[in-house]
Design a protein around this ligand. Structure first.
Ligand code: BTN
Length: 281
């Protein structure tokens, strides 16, 4: 058996451990992440966050895990969540705004993740509407936002973020190997560097960005956040097919409206506003 180089091993271990103190040290925001809950292993950080939220934990609390046994993706799919390499976090919000406005939180999270990737790596992320983060056209991160309402008011929102950070190519599930990637895989292609990405710094950066955009959103609405979203939006002019509420719509992407809905040119003069859906290129 090959002998491990103690120096390399120590470095990769340091980077590979989620360290709440290191994350806290980097936090600059006013309230996102002031309460951090860390569990090594959970079914899903979103499930734990919903549970904590229903028990009354503070606005801005964040759940972090190293490993999810039942990581949840959009449309009832599973989110592959191996241990020791990726990011699984859920942010709990208790806003006073209208439930219809909650869709904006997904936009906010997507921009925060993209900004953080730019800050911590040398990669160029793109956003596939509404909330997939791609690197070189492959998915590296997904967001699952869930909400609980009572009498038309928001009880809580949980914004779940999953990022493939240091998972190697052989660690990706076979069914997603061709469409998914990780930050480390892409960094290796770009710089041929094998070094691991510091998950603690990346988590702190996401929470700092989210805190900043959330403040902006509360004071001026979604417009400033959407401006940033447009910078990462890689779909303008593309012809797409989208499954929206069980119906397939074909069209050309012509923009995003002020609430984050996708604007599609359909046929000669048609314009469809898509609020939710799954895009097939
Ligand atoms: C998608 O399908 O694109 C959304 C994936 C969201 C995964 C994250 S990982 C942290 C949080 N907990 C979950 O169970 N899901 C979200």
């Amino acid at each position: 058996m090959e002998k491990a180089n103690p120096k390399t091993e120590l470095k990769s271990k340091e980077i590979n451990f989620i360290d709440i103190f290191e994350i806290k040290k980097e936090l600059k925001g006013l309230f996102i992440g002031k309460n951090l809950y860390y569990e090594e292993k959970v079914d899903s950080t979103n499930i734990l966050a919903r549970d904590l939220a229903s028990k009354g934990v503070k606005n801005g609390s964040v759940v972090i895990a190293d490993y999810q046994q039942k990581g949840r993706g959009r449309s009832g799919k599973l989110w592959a969540s191996p241990c020791g390499c990726n990011i699984y976090i859920s942010i709990i919000l208790r806003p006073k705004f209208n439930p219809e406005t909650a869709q904006g939180m997904t936009i906010l999270a997507a921009v925060s993740v993209a900004d953080a990737i730019v800050e911590i790596t040398s990669l160029q992320p793109q956003i596939k509407w509404p909330n997939d983060i791609l690197i070189n056209s492959k998915k590296v991160s997904g967001i699952l936002t869930e909400m609980s309402t009572q009498n038309m008011t928001i009880e809580y929102i949980v914004v779940g973020i999953g990022i493939n950070v240091n998972v190697p190519k052989e660690g990706l599930d076979t069914d997603i190997k061709d469409i998914a990637t990780s930050l480390m895989i892409e960094s290796k292609i770009k710089n041929s560097s094998d070094s691991l990405i510091n998950r603690n710094k990346l988590i702190a950066s996401i929470l700092n960005k989210f805190d900043k955009y959330y403040e902006m959103f509360l004071s001026t609405g979604l417009s400033a956040v959407l401006e940033q979203y447009q910078k990462y939006f890689g779909m303008m002019g593309k012809k797409i097919e989208i499954n929206t509420k069980g119906k397939i719509v074909e069209g050309q992407v012509v923009g995003i409206d002020s609430k984050g809905a996708l604007l599609l040119k359909t046929g000669e003069n048609g314009l469809d506003k898509i609020v939710s859906g799954e895009i097939y290129f």
